[in-house]
Design a protein around this ligand. Structure first.
Ligand code: ADP
Ligand code: TRP
Length: 336
């Protein structure tokens, strides 16, 4: 383990599914063995789109319980909720005074919303809240506050890291000192896209997900709903073109994988049979963690305690940078 800090934020925007598990949660837990990991629930970022308070709170607990159930040790990973670190806003304001407005005009998410409005013949800013516009500055504060060295994110977040570096350099340059560490994006290699039950990318937006911790009956039902072709039983089948196999292979041992491929190429089985095998594999993988997940979800006091402990550590870590930033810009002298 090196002393470098790896930080990433996860938006609590839907019940975690096995696409999230393979594409994000599992790699994040592996990375926590190499770096000092700071992972947080980006609840204020989610607020730009999610306006149901109860649901935001529930999804934040859901994400916390999911990480814990899947093996995250809060003594190794500083796991916290963005909204429990008030310094984030102080820093967001300071940073926004060093952020050219044009830089935000060019941010992908904002630009896409404007383009969609223009294409529909609407006012360019129709329905766009200022939270969405300022999203990249809040994210820069998330990253810079803790002196993060690397930020593991997907390709879609690359521009946000570049914006963060631009803002940090502008402020370092203005005051002629290294107030902020310039973070590096650790762009996750494109994890193969896990298909959903309809064969498109598994995504909460398509209502095609297999939730990680669905109860066994529901899990089995979802697996049985996976779309397959209509080849008859005796015909050989191509595993690489089949949605069931394309989930199965991520959970199988090399031996199981080999046997399954041979079975497809041989033919002589129905899809119901391989779906049952996939269900059993998922059940073997997640039944234990599901019990832990349910226990955590039934004990939100415990989740709160873990999150508060994480926030305490995060605020302690953020204090140094915050002091440097306040001193440089000339505010809150008494708190130096
Ligand atoms: P969703 O597509 O359900 O809205 P998000 O966009 O919130 O999920 O993604 C959260 C994380 O999970 C990202 O790191 C993303 O790369 C990963 N992820 C989501 N869906 C998949 C998938 N089908 N295959 C692989 N990774 C995925
Ligand atoms: N914007 C990120 C996403 O949509 C979430 C996020 C918020 C984040 N703050 C961050 C990621 C800081 C990395 C670092 O996925």
């Amino acid at each position: 383990m090196n002393e470098k800090i790896s930080l990433t934020g996860i938006k609590p925007s839907g019940t975690p599914h096995i696409g999230n598990y393979l594409g994000m949660i599992r790699p994040a837990l592996a990375l926590a063995k190499e770096y000092r990991a700071y992972y947080f629930i980006a609840d204020y970022h989610a607020l730009t789109t999610l306006k149901d308070g109860k649901e935001l709170r529930r999804l934040s607990y859901d994400l916390t319980a999911t990480f814990l159930a899947l093996g995250m040790n809060p003594d190794d990973v500083v796991f916290f909720r963005q909204s429990d670190v008030p310094e984030i806003f102080e820093l967001t304001w300071i940073l926004s005074c060093f952020t050219p407005k044009g830089l935000l005009n060019r941010a992908h998410a904002y630009k896409a919303a404007v383009d969609a409005n223009l294409a529909a013949g609407h006012d360019p800013d129709a329905g766009i809240n200022a939270g969405l516009f300022n999203y990249p500055v809040l994210m820069a504060a998330d990253i810079l506050l803790y002196g993060s060295h690397v930020v593991p994110v997907g390709q879609d977040q690359k521009q946000h890291i570049e914006i963060t570096r631009d803002i940090a350099s502008a402020m370092n340059h203005t005051y002629g000192e290294e107030i902020f560490v310039l973070p590096e994006g650790l762009i996750q290699p494109e994890v193969a896209v896990i298909p959903g039950i309809d064969g498109r990318k598994m995504s909460k937006s398509y209502d095609n997900v297999i939730p990680i911790f669905a109860p066994p009956k529901q899990l089995r039902k979802r697996v049985m709903q996976i779309v397959t072709d209509s080849r008859p039983i005796e015909q050989p089948k191509n595993p690489d073109e089949d949605n069931v196999y394309n989930i199965y292979k991520y959970f199988a041992t090399p031996e199981q994988d080999k046997a399954m491929r041979e079975k497809y190429l041989r033919g002589g089985f129905g899809y119901g049979e391989v779906k049952q095998e996939l269900f059993e594999l998922l059940e073997a993988h997640f039944a234990g963690p599901r019990e832990k997940y349910n226990a955590y979800m039934a004990d939100t006091k415990k989740l709160e305690a873990i999150l508060m402990e994480g926030a305490k550590k995060a605020r302690y870590q953020g204090a140094k940078v915050m002091k440097r930033a306040r001193r440089a810009v000339g505010v809150r002298y008494k708190d130096r």
